[in-house]
Design a protein around this ligand. Structure first.
Ligand code: NAD
Length: 472
């Protein structure tokens, strides 16, 4: 049994003042594997005070010093990758083969930010003025459970690059992963108070952070509902916010695409991270006259997906994170059936031979874009096939959503795909494949969020532009 009973404040591991204990589960079996002691508002206050005290000196460090820190942070995370991977498998149920690549991405967030700094000019002339890009202050980072290390490292890297100090509140469901990462990050030897990590519930520690006057900015990744609450709470002290929220991403398959080649990629985009991905391509749009073929190709592609214990290196789809998520996803599958969509594969209950929080990879046909399963973020391996009549119709359906995080476009003609991509309202559009460029901006249109992360775009959300005017 794991016991996580320390949080990280001012360069030290300390016992939280909060007394509440939270059970950690193995999602593959549902068994309790440990407990975490949760911090409370007093812990958040101590962390914020430490970050505030560290800010004046840290904000004066040079770009070169901060690049050196980022490289050091990269190295310590690489050193803990194996331990972290074991925790991701045990505590999150992430398939080991898939997650090993994600671990490398977590460490690389630091080197990518060091690279973004390379040519960045913090001080630049603008006509008769001098503009100084100034670190914003203490950054509160609030993190979901679906990519704990990736989000912590990216948000920390951005804050460090900008010269900001941080208080990080991860999800209580990721305590084991957070503990391993915190102990690794400690070894990088950052000045005391620059990094603080407080485990705790969202409605306690998260809520307190989003109202606290000494936090200048909240960088949040999570659900749209909580994002709206943070935005409201932040208004009082005029906090800056970056909100990375939910999605209902369209995958547009044009009529000149090769279905046999395209469909496995479309299914992989939908089932990414066992369906627990904000960017998951959950609405697959297909020309009506190709629908029968598309259904067959999609079922074939799903039948090849290996759903198994996360420790099996061949597994591609693991369990969901919690009983709550399992129940929620079952509810959406039942709703899809009740609203008249056709269950093409999968359905209610567990996959054969698997228990815990495993869900059957599920595909619905005959879905219209007004059905609940086409409108709401399900956050599980449940996909919709939606028919369209013309390219114009496809674009209209793709954009007929409250969200706008990501889209995919598949076509035999790259230039044609590009004209469709240009008309889709989403922060990122992928053409004929799945890609990630760590220097490019990432974030959402509409209710998928506010602001951008990664590269210079992410860096600048942690800086205030100050114009200095002086006598010539
Ligand atoms: P969540 O919104 O429930 O929780 C996210 C974090 O916010 C957790 O640390 C939680 O404790 C905290 N929180 C909860 N209530 C809070 C409050 N009142 N004030 C402050 N903090 C609070 O989301 P989740 O269930 O952990 O994660 C899944 C959601 O995250 C999905 O909607 C998904 O789309 C979204 N997500 C978005 C992105 C993106 O980059 N756009 C990436 C991953 C996940």
């Amino acid at each position: 049994m794991h016991l996580i009973d320390k949080i990280y404040i001012n360069g030290r591991f300390v016992t939280p003042q909060g007394h509440d204990m939270f059970d950690l589960h193995n999602p593959a079996s549902g068994e309790v594997i440990g407990q975490v002691r949760l911090g409370n508002e007093s812990d958040a206050d101590a962390a914020i005070a430490a970050a505030k005290a560290a800010f004046p000196a840290f904000s004066q460090t040079s770009k070169k010093q901060r690049q050196e820190m980022l490289r050091q942070l990269h190295d310590v995370v690489v050193d803990c990758e194996e331990e972290l991977l074991a925790a991701v498998v045990e505590e999150y149920g992430g398939p080991v083969g898939v997650m090993s690549q994600w671990m490398a991405m977590a460490a690389n967030n630091f080197t990518a930010m060091a690279e973004a700094l390379e040519d960045y000019q913090f001080v630049r002339p603008v006509k008769s003025a001098t503009v100084v890009m100034t670190p914003i202050g203490v950054v509160g980072a609030i993190i979901p459970w679906n990519s704990n290390s990736g989000f912590i490292t990216n948000k920390l890297a951005t804050a460090i690059a900008a010269g900001c100090t941080t208080v990080i509140k991860p999800s209580e469901m990721s305590a084991l992963q957070t503990d391993i990462l915190a102990r690794a990050l400690h070894k990088a030897g950052l000045p005391d108070g620059v990094l603080n990590i407080v485990n705790g519930r969202g409605d306690v520690v998260g809520e307190h952070m989003s109202r606290h006057r000494d936090i200048a900015k909240i960088s949040f990744t999570g659900s749209t509902a909580v994002g709206k609450r943070i935005l409201r709470n932040s208004a009082e002290s005029m906090k800056r916010v970056t909100l990375e929220l939910g999605g209902k991403s369209p995958t547009v398959i044009l009529d000149d695409a090769n279905l046999a080649e395209t469909m496995p990629i479309a299914i992989a985009a939908g089932f990414m991270n066992s369906g627990q991905a904000c960017i998951a391509g959950t609405r697959i749009l297909v020309p009506a006259h190709m629908m029968k073929q598309a259904e067959a190709a999609a079922i074939d592609a799903i039948n090849t997906v290996v759903v198994d214990q996360p420790g099996n290196p061949k597994s591609q789809l693991g369990p969901l994170v919690s009983q709550t998520q399992y129940d929620r996803v079952q509810g959406y599958i039942a709703k899809g059936i009740a609203e008249g969509a056709t269950l093409l594969t999968g359905g209610l209950g567990h996959p054969a031979g698997l228990g815990g929080y495993f869900v059957r990879p599920t595909l619905f046909g005959d879905v219209t874009n007004d059905m609940t399963i086409a409108r709401e973020e399900i956050f599980g391996p449940v996909l919709c096939l939606i028919a369209y009549d013309s390219e114009e119709d496809a674009i209209a359906i793709a954009n007929d959503t409250d969200y706008g995080l990501q889209a995919c476009v598949f076509s035999g003609n790259d230039a044609r795909a590009r004209t469709v991509a240009d008309r889709i309202d989403a922060g990122r559009v992928l053409i004929n494949g799945l890609f990630h460029e760590p220097q490019a901006p990432f974030g959402g249109f509409k209710q998928s969020g506010l602001g951008r992360e990664f590269g210079v775009f992410g860096l600048e959300t942690h800086l205030e532009a100050k114009a200095i005017h002086a006598r010539p």
